[in-house]
Write a protein that binds this ligand. Structure first.
Ligand SMILES: [Fe+2]
Length: 385
């Protein structure tokens, strides 16, 4: 017998604008609105959001401090900026970095004397947090509907995820128009993130019939919409479809976890935080599939079918090569066809990256169809250098 509980986040979709969500804030008095440092500020959404929260007649405080690859120091800084205000809800408007920071801030507010890294290392489990309402402005993280937060500790040079029930957002408001202003780079890198979540959860040793269905659908939606979103970011229907894909794979990883791509990616962006998570995954995706395909042929056949590759009557070898060709085309089309060395990683860094994978990405490694040795991890890194 197996027990399965799907996301505890209340999902509201089909929203035309933030104005449609007025009832969601009825029970709150003091609202912190957490955003990134730049994206929202330069988009026309900012004025609209400011107007909306002004119209609620409640106290609110904008904290626009979040940067990509957020750190424990950033969570502490946000706590310092908000503690005197004593919020009873945090509205996270942004991508994964903003939502993850909001989640950890929501715990820090309840337990101010506990370092958030203690949860990451598994020494503690928080039992309470203040509610977070996620309003994603990208379609990739999945954090808007799951209990996972990813955070970097700059002293330890580790980027890890933490999973606790109190990290489920209370509400997730899907407003496709909020993603219209995403540029091509953010559109493509976040879609690759969602696609990686779907593939890794599907081939995960912890995949179930439910997560497999979610992941399959997510892959289909991404492949059918990513080219159009990249070419014409103003198509609202396409943007909405990608939001759904992010939600589906976000729920899938909540149950089945991520795998080898994320296991190898986190150490890269922990040591080289100027690299975006999705760009790191785009560099890894083909090699990881090439190395792991033979350990999970049946599940990779499902991935291939979801991508539109005909598998019936075709050999495993030809399916693998069709998949690799498809990824080559996709990654090149999205202009993410890079090597690690293009982004500042050197040969001498590989040993440390592989050390990191085996020392702290163990959960993701264990989810993977096979658990590579440190030597074979170094080999994968060398092949993408
Ligand atoms: Fe991810």
């Amino acid at each position: 017998m197996k027990y399965l509980s799907l996301t505890k986040t209340n999902l509201i979709f089909g929203l035309k604008g933030i104005e449609d969500s007025v009832g969601v804030f009825d029970n709150f008095r003091k609202i912190v609105i957490l955003t990134g440092k730049t994206h929202l500020k330069v988009s026309e959404n900012y004025e609209r959001i400011f107007k909306f929260f002004s119209s609620l007649g409640k106290e609110f405080l904008f904290v626009s401090e979040v940067t990509p690859n957020p750190t424990t120091d950033l969570v502490d800084k946000c706590f310092e900026l908000t503690k005197d205000f004593e919020p009873d809800v945090i509205v996270a408007i942004g991508g994964g970095s903003v939502i993850d920071t909001a989640k950890l801030l929501s715990v820090k507010i309840v337990y101010p004397n506990i370092e958030v890294w203690e949860y990451v290392e598994g020494f503690r489990i928080a039992e309470k947090s203040i509610p977070v309402i996620s309003i994603p402005t990208t379609s990739g993280t999945g954090s808007e509907v799951n209990r996972i937060a990813v955070i970097t500790n700059t002293k330890k040079i580790q980027k890890r995820s933490v999973k606790m029930d109190v990290l489920y957002p209370y509400f997730s408001l899907l407003i496709p128009s909020m993603t219209l202003t995403l540029n091509k780079f953010l559109t493509s890198t976040t879609a690759i993130d969602a696609l990686s979540h779907a593939i890794e959860s599907l081939v995960s040793r912890k995949s179930t019939f439910i997560t497999q269905a979610l992941a399959e659908k997510s892959i289909k939606i991404i492949i059918e919409n990513i080219f159009r979103a990249y070419n014409d970011g103003s198509n609202l229907e396409v943007r909405e479809n990608l939001q759904y894909a992010s939600v589906l794979s976000g729920i899938a990883i909540d149950i089945s976890g991520v795998g080898l791509m994320h296991a190898l990616e986190h150490p890269i962006t922990a040591r080289f935080p100027h690299i975006s998570h999705g760009q790191g995954l785009a560099i890894l995706i083909k090699k990881v599939i090439e190395h792991s395909f033979m350990f999970s042929v049946e599940k990779y056949r499902i991935v291939a079918e979801a991508m539109g590759i005909r598998t019936r009557g075709n050999s495993d070898f030809s399916i693998l090569h069709s998949m690799l060709d498809a990824f080559e085309y996709l990654i090149s089309y999205l202009n993410l066809n890079k090597k690690l060395s293009d982004l500042g990683v050197e040969k001498s860094d590989i040993k440390y990256l592989a050390d990191d994978v085996v020392s702290y990405m163990t959960t993701s490694l264990q989810n993977s169809p096979y658990t590579p040795t440190k030597d074979s991890i170094e080999k994968i890194y060398r092949e993408i250098l």
